[in-house]
Design a binder for this molecule. Structure first.
Ligand code: PHB
Length: 250
């Protein structure tokens, strides 16, 4: 695509505009988008207008801008995330109805855990995961599963970058994370008591596809001191059923 005087392509500029939207910043003025994207204001305004015309962004009555339904539609159609979510849903519902706590499905995306789905009931406790939100790999049960069963390059990249301590319990020392990953591989699941927020314990198991490759993590979030055994059993059973529904035969 055509390059601007500053050398970035039309695609770069588009991505910079879309990247100003985050899980907690879903509505912005065109001026805010311009400032946050780092693009010249007139360029940002023009691209926002074009994206609104194409339906990829939408404006509300106050002319504030959000991600458009057309973009949601195109993205949700996407290939493997949708297939995985559809295969997982019935078994996530079973986990949620039996464990009666938050149940979520995450995949590895750009060195973070990206959440595809979350089921909760009104009386479930604290939980910071959001659908289409991300958590750090070293500090969440899902992340630890994805890291433990991920490739060595991923592990080395994550372990050699700063491991932010989010609570007093977060493992922020690379050696401690390495030991935890070995434990996760040995016992087949991750338990993360208070790693990301003091009041909760995350428990996650790997989800394998038809080739036996780990493609996701299935997790529940319990109150910090809750009994974990029942949830672990239910999660393993669900992960096996999901793999079977994706075509895994054994
Ligand atoms: C976890 O997966 O470890 C986790 C996720 C969200 C929370 C707490 C724990 O709120």
């Amino acid at each position: 695509m055509a390059n601007s005087p500053t050398g970035d392509s039309a695609t770069d500029r588009l991505v910079r505009i879309l990247d100003t939207f985050t899980p907690t910043r879903t509505v912005q003025t065109a001026t805010e988008i311009g400032r946050r994207s780092g693009l010249p204001s007139s360029t940002a305004h023009r691209i926002v207008t074009e994206l609104v015309e194409a339906g990829l962004l939408e404006r509300d009555e106050d002319r504030r801008v959000r991600i458009g339904m057309r973009l949601w539609e195109l993205a949700t159609r996407s290939s493997h995330a949708l297939r995985l979510r559809q295969a997982a849903m019935p078994f996530m519902e079973r986990v949620q109805s039996r464990v009666r706590e938050h149940t979520q499905l995450a995949i590895l995306e750009q060195d973070e855990a990206l959440f595809l789905e979350r089921l909760s009931s009104p009386d479930s406790g604290a939980n910071i995961t959001r659908v289409a939100g991300r958590l750090p790999l070293h500090a969440s049960s899902s992340g630890l599963v994805l890291l433990a069963f991920g490739d060595v390059d991923l592990q080395e990249r994550v372990l050699s970058s700063p491991l932010a301590p989010l609570t007093r319990a977060t493992l922020s020392d690379p050696a401690a994370v390495r030991r935890k990953l070995a434990e996760v591989r040995a016992i087949g699941h991750a338990i993360a008591p208070g790693y990301i927020e003091e009041v909760s314990t995350g428990i996650a198991v790997p989800v394998r596809d038809e080739t036996s490759r780990v493609v996701a993590a299935l997790s529940v979030v319990l109150p910090r001191d809750a009994e974990t055994d029942f949830a672990v059993v239910e999660l393993h059973r669900a992960a096996q059923d999901i793999a079977r529904s994706l075509g895994f035969r054994h």
